[in-house]
Each structure stands twice: as C-alpha cells, then as structure tokens.
Design a protein around this ligand. Structure first.
Ligand SMILES: Cc1cc2nc3c(=O)[nH]c(=O)nc-3n(C[C@H](O)[C@H](O)[C@H](O)COP(=O)(O)OP(=O)(O)OC[C@H]3O[C@@H](n4cnc5c(N)ncnc54)[C@H](O)[C@@H]3O)c2cc1C
Length: 447
C-alpha cells in the first residue's frame, strides 16, 4: 500500500514521519523549496557578519510557540529535539490588555480578579453567578453569544476578544463555540457551569507547557523533513484523478499512483484539486475565509523602553480601535531572540477585525506600528534599531458557520480513499495538527 500526502507543513510532515515509523510506503509532495508551511523562522544579523558571535535577531513569521503536554514532549524527544527545546519564561504568563489608555495586566487568578480593578463589579458578579446559570448552548452559537449569555459583554470585549484574535485572528461573534472550544459546551452540560468544569479539570489542562526551539520553530519541520526518505520539494501537485480504487497524482515532476491520498493543504488549493470530482465539496471549501495578517518585528535598545515588558505581550481589544491586533514581547518570552541590550517585539496587524490595515504600504504600516509601540510602551527612540514587515495574505482559517459545513463532505470522500489532515479540519494549533496527523497515521495503517 502506498499513501500520497500533499503538503509538507507540520500536518503532512508529521503524517509522513509516523507512516515511515510504521513501515508504510508513502510519498510526500511539497510545492515550496523547504518544509514547514506556515512555520518559518529567520535569524538575521543586520549590519554585522553572521560569524560575529552575536545572537542576531530571531524572527518568527508564523507560529511563535507550541503548547504541548508530556506526550508531545516525549514525541519530540524521540525526534531528538529535547536538547533544542526552549521553554517560555515564567514571567510570560502575565497578559496585558489595552484599556483606559494604557496596557493593564489581565487578572490571572480568582483573587486578582475579585480584588483588582480590571473588571467592573457587574462583571465580577456575573462571574460569581455563572455557576447558577442553567441556560444551555443552542446549535450554531458563536463564542461571543456563549460568553455574553454566561458572563458579560465586558468579558467578551476585554478578555475573550483579544484572546480569540491572538489564536484565530478571528472575531468571537463569528467563530462557533462548538468548533473552537467544544469543551466549554461539555462543561456547561456536565457541570452546569463552565467555571466549575474548568476547576474540576484543572489538573488535566494545567500540565501543558509553552515552548519553542533554540533556533526557532523552524527546527521542528527541519528535524522531521531530515528523517523522511520519500519527500520531494518544488513539486506541486497539479491534479488528482481516480485510478483503480486509488488516485493518480500528477505533479510538477511526474505522475504516481497511490492507494490512499491525504490533503494537508489550504482550502483554496484543496478546492482546485477536488473540483473535477466533487463540485459541491469544492464550493464548500471556497466559502472558508482566511483573513490577512501582517507580522511586524521591531527591535529597540532596552534602555530606550520604559515599560518593563514583564509578560507575554500587550493585546488590543477591537473596541479600543487600535491599529494592531497585539504586540508579543518576544524577547521577554524566550532567550536568544535579539542582542542582550535590545528588546524584540512581534506585532500582528490584521486578522478579521483589522484586515484593511494590512492593505497599507509596508513603510506606512511599519511607521504606524512604531508609533503604537512608542505610545504604549514608553519608547524614547525616534525609530527601531531593526524592523521588518511580512505579510500573510491568508492567515488562519476561520472556524465559523462555513467550516462546520465541511465536515460531511470530508467524511463522504473517505469512502473514495481521499482523506483530510489540515488545519481547517478539527483544530488549527500546531499541537492539534500534530495530534490529528499521528491519529490518522494509525487509522490509515488499519483501514
Ligand atoms: C501568523 C500565524 C501565527 C500562528 N501562530 C501560532 C502559534 O503561535 N501556535 C500555534 O500552535 N499555531 C499558530 N498558528 C497556526 C499554525 O501555524 C498552522 O495552523 C499550522 O502551521 C498549519 O500547518 P499545516 O501543515 O496544516 O498547513 P500549512 O502550514 O499550510 O502547510 C501546507 C503545505 O502545503 C503546501 N502546498 C499547498 N498546495 C500544494 C500543492 N498543490 N502541492 C504540494 N504542496 C502544496 C504548502 O506550500 C505548505 O507547505 C499560526 C498561524 C499563523 C498564520
């Protein structure tokens, strides 16, 4: 049996690695000249030679970190990556939110929530009363509706909204609770309260850690790709056609028949390939939206930044009308991101709420980010010592009503030996993608 895999992002690479470990024949095609898809790290030494011994600047264009449990860490250990792991610093647990003209720390525990002044008394009371709220989630409820029903508008505006923009680049009033955080619906059903469910299951969720790698996230796809024997780069899949119960795959470099075929590519690319065989499936795939997102990296001399940057970063609620979605304090989270007397910010502009801001020319966008950093973090220098702009025209698939409609056709095409293992089906995070690929590798071996 041969399994074809289209796309060498984290999903395709993990799947190929797991099939290879089981001794199953596979071929992995990647259109680009390198593995990783959205995972892209760059280490640069502007103005000084690479062999100067300096850290340089380590930029993540896509994902900045991975949230994983003990099982994922064991899997990375088998890959030989344990010595390369770098865990996020304890200080980065603190999240800051822009409110009342400055970045304020979001309460992280019950005591700071009740005694602090971040939330109004009305919201504190709503949180206290949540365990008596006997309403249940109707079908198709959005995250915003769910949190307004159980808590308050303020929670949606100043906690959920920025959080959801950070993970999904999305809008809580469009993302479905069933597609993004189904656990919340389960807690509501099982415990009659989300907070009670969270407390009861605290030990299970609390074991996850956030980490990256010494030379950035790119080390993960590079390590996986280095293990693979059947991967081809610069080899875009042009068409797929049914062939004797399997699929004939035509790529830039040739043609191959496989018994089963797995799509790990984005919805537009998938729609192009399936359209001749499944018109409705292709139409459904084309309804899935990916807002644009621009990553701006800015570095300043530490001495020129008044804010202590003692946390993960500062997020901007949509209601505050700021330019960026938020600013990650990259050098506060991980060591080795910039020279020791500098600090490095990773700013995300765009997402569902700020898509139009990504349309500005790079120079204007970079200046607007600089001004927001100056204003928010007390920066005294006239310009950054280093600044870059990178745009994703399509960033993260939106888990809204359209994505819910894709489940049925995905299940249906499995009968034709066509499978999906992509970030638009069953979870978007890197740990979701790795988990789904590991599971599918086992299923394909026995199917
Ligand atoms: C800006 C940004 C920040 C993020 N931050 C985080 C984070 O901090 N933590 C986290 O867990 N997740 C984060 N995510 C989400 C996560 O990075 C992605 O969901 C994940 O990397 C998707 O991996 P994938 O393999 O499913 O798809 P992709 O990475 O899209 O890989 C698909 C691959 O298929 C290839 N391809 C496409 N068409 C063809 C074809 N016809 N033939 C051959 N190859 C083809 C593409 O070149 C690509 O390499 C972030 C995403 C973005 C955009």
């Amino acid at each position: 049996m041969t399994i074809g895999i289209i796309g060498a992002g984290i999903s395709g690479l993990t799947l190929a690695y797991e099939l290879q470990r089981q001794g199953i024949d596979y071929h992995l095609w990647e259109a680009a000249d390198q593995p990783g898809g959205y995972i892209q790290s760059r280490r640069e030494w502007p103005g000084s030679p690479a062999d100067s011994g300096e850290t340089g600047y380590l930029r993540e264009l896509g994902p900045n970190s991975l949230l994983g449990d003990a099982d994922l860490l064991l899997w990375l250990d088998e890959l030989g990556l344990t010595p390369q792991l770098t865990f996020s610093k304890p200080v980065s647990k603190a999240r800051y939110i822009f409110r009342d003209g400055h970045y304020r720390q979001l309460p992280s525990g019950p005591l700071s929530l009740l005694l602090g002044s971040f939330f109004s008394w009305k919201t504190k009371l709503a949180i206290f009363r949540e365990r008596n709220n006997r309403t249940v989630s109707p079908d198709g409820e959005t995250l915003g509706q769910f949190f307004r029903r159980r808590f308050s508008n303020e929670i949606v505006d100043y906690a959920l909204g920025p959080f959801v923009a950070g993970i999904y680049a999305g809008d809580p009033d469009q993302l479905l609770v069933s597609e993004t955080f189904p656990l919340l619906i389960r807690y509501e059903k099982e415990y009659g309260s989300v907070l009670r469910g969270l407390i009861k299951n605290q030990s299970a969720t609390g074991r996850r850690q956030s980490f990256s790698f010494r030379d950035g996230m790119q080390m993960l796809p590079d390590a996986l790709a280095a293990k693979l024997t059947n991967i081809s780069f610069n080899d875009s899949v042009r068409s797929i056609n049914p062939n004797s119960g399997g699929w004939q795959v035509t790529t830039t470099k040739g043609t191959q028949r496989v018994d089963k075929l797995v799509l790990t590519i984005d919805t537009d690319a998938a729609a192009r390939l399936v359209e001749p065989h499944y018109t409705d499936f292709a139409r459904t795939l084309r309804t899935i939206s990916y807002p644009p997102m621009t990553a701006v990296h800015s570095s300043y001399k530490r001495a020129d930044v008044r804010h202590p940057l003692n946390g993960f970063g500062g997020l901007n609620p949509k209601i505050e009308g700021r330019f960026a979605a938020g600013h990650i304090w990259s050098s506060s989270i991980f060591d080795g991101r910039c020279p020791s007397d500098d600090v490095l910010f990773t700013t995300f502009v765009g997402g569902q709420a700020g898509a139009c801001n990504t349309q500005l020319p790079d120079s204007v966008l970079a200046e607007k980010v600089h001004q927001e950093l100056v204003d928010g973090f007390g920066i005294t220098s006239a310009k950054p010592v280093f600044q870059t702009v990178y745009q994703w025209k399509r960033s993260i698939p939106q888990y809204d009503i359209n994505i819910a409609a894709v489940k049925k056709p995905v299940n249906d095409v499995e009968a034709d030996q066509l499978f999906v293992c992509a970030n638009w089906y069953g979870g978007v995070s890197l740990s979701d993608c790795i988990g789904k690929a590991r599971k599918l590798a086992v299923q394909l071996a026995i199917k």
